[in-house]
Write a new protein. Sequence first.
Length: 92
Amino acid sequence: MTIKLWNGLVAKDNCQRMAFTLSAYNGGQGWVNRDKKLAAAKGLDASIWFEHVERVNAGAAPQTGARIVTTQSDFIQHAPRYLQWGQASCIH
């Protein structure tokens, strides 16, 4: 499931892609795609989660989980858990 999400998402780099993947895993890829479209319409970079797509909500209710990956500091804090995933981690 997660590999399918990863393969279905385009992002600026693997760190951003991992953030999109986790958001899609928690809240659904459809909501991530809608948020990316809305971000682009607002002049934000739809290939960047942090400070761009994370700032918009195309209509998902907060309890759906789509907002779980919200802050870069939280993501970085938990990144060591994902080091075995290689360059998908935001730390090296």
